[in-house]
Design a binder for this molecule. Sequence first.
Ligand SMILES: [Zn+2]
Length: 283
Amino acid sequence: MLRSAALTALLAACAPPPAEAPRSTPPPAALPPAEPATAPAPPAAAASPNSRDLAASPLPPQNAVAATPPAIPELAILDRPITYDAARREKTITYRQRHQDPAASDITIDPKMIVLHFTGGGSLEGTWRYFDRPTVERGRKIIARAGDLNVSAHFLVDRDGTIVRLMPETWMARHVVGLNHLAIGVENVGDAGRYPLTAAQRAANVALVRHLLARFPGITHLIGHHEYLAFEGHPYFQEREPDYRTRKADPGPAFMRAVRAELQDLPLAGPPDRPSAPPPRAP
Ligand SMILES: [Zn+2]
């Protein structure tokens, strides 16, 4: 299929696999303990059998449902952490100071958004190796100019729906301009051409979003990477460099429609209903 250079650039991978494979596979490392799952709230204090308040009127039945915390859906997640050593921490803090908050001093985020992506390739292994490098590749000029912290994500979803966690959800990954300080990134192995996203990936994304929302009730938004520019001007969007905007097409409106169709019962907003402010810079 013929494809123009411009289109190819537009559809460029979020994480193009490296041209060369690394000489060796890094040894498996234990994933640092993630933040504990939100503990279910204790049930409303039950009156003790000896309580003098036994005669007090109980909660009306309609309140009983609202008071029950949502169960955290069971989900198989493989932990395969990428390198997040002292150097990556330092690069992450430096990135935060430059782009989000000059006073930033740590890598911790309070998740308020989930951003879905596709990787731009067909190999989980290639993307894992790419993300494993703490330093961005120089060839990605717009991104490299904005800082040497490499891109990554919290999750990779393989084409068969296997979910792999690369880092704790409460650590910052660089995957979406302006929103990294509050967004969990989910990368799907695939692209808009040779490797279209699969039904198994759609189901895995739906299950993962449900799981994450139950663990992090502060999450308010679910978006596709291609929708992020609509947050320009929103309180969530914090990017100190007005010229640093990337143009993204992943994962595409069809995938987002399909995922959202199965999540209509969740209190998750999409992108703000407003035109994105400045036109994106040419790639
Ligand atoms: Zn992306």
